[in-house]
Design a protein around this ligand. Structure first.
Ligand SMILES: [Zn+2]
Length: 185
């Protein structure tokens, strides 16, 4: 799933906690829930936008020069940036999180940051894995993590079809929010 979908889903799950008094336990829970939600959401067959970084990794069986990967990753940064911003803006709007931004409630802003971090950390670790691949041994944490992430990842659909793919993702996220809200009542 794209980053914004992960941020919105993590926000939907964490919304009741963010509205409670701030505590260490609450913050830890928000982070853990957001982190775990990443894998649950990834399980659903979904579309992903193309990135130069991702295409290179898919094609290359062997190790790719880390400098080349770095350049590709940098060329994709604009996409990742706008994807992330979209997720943040949508979450602020859908879950009334914007209230605490206006009041500048630091504790709630901190918890929202944990949602974003937890929600996208698995993909960040995965990208980091490809940068470090050459130096990793078979039993390293990143290697296991990468295999786990891959194994739960759902089927890729609507490859190369931007509008259909994006639309399917919007539909999936709306359904997820609806389901979460239903259970939280
Ligand atoms: Zn992922």
């Amino acid at each position: 799933m794209i980053l914004s979908s992960h941020i919105v889903a993590a926000s939907a799950l964490s919304a009741p906690l963010i509205n409670q008094p701030f505590s260490f336990l609450n913050s830890a829970l928000v982070f853990i829930i957001s982190f775990l939600s990443h894998f649950l959401i990834d399980m659903i067959p979904h579309w992903d936008y193309k990135t130069a970084f991702g295409e290179k990794i898919k094609k290359a069986d062997e190790f790719v020069d880390s400098k080349e990967l770095k350049n590709l990753f940098q060329s994709d940064l604009v996409k990742f940036f706008f994807d992330g911003i979209l997720g943040i803006v949508l979450s602020l709007a859908i879950f009334n999180f914007s209230d605490f931004l206006i009041d500048f409630n630091f504790e709630k802003i901190f918890m929202f940051s944990l949602i974003i971090l937890g929600g996208i950390l698995p993909d960040a670790l995965n990208a980091f894995y490809f940068f470090r691949k050459k130096y990793l041994n078979e039993k390293s944490f990143l290697e296991y993590f990468h295999r786990f992430h891959n194994s739960v990842h759902g089927k890729s659909i609507f490859n190369g079809k931007f509008f259909l793919g994006a639309f399917s993702q919007i539909l999936t996220i709306v359904e997820i929010i609806f389901l979460i809200k239903l259970f939280q009542q």
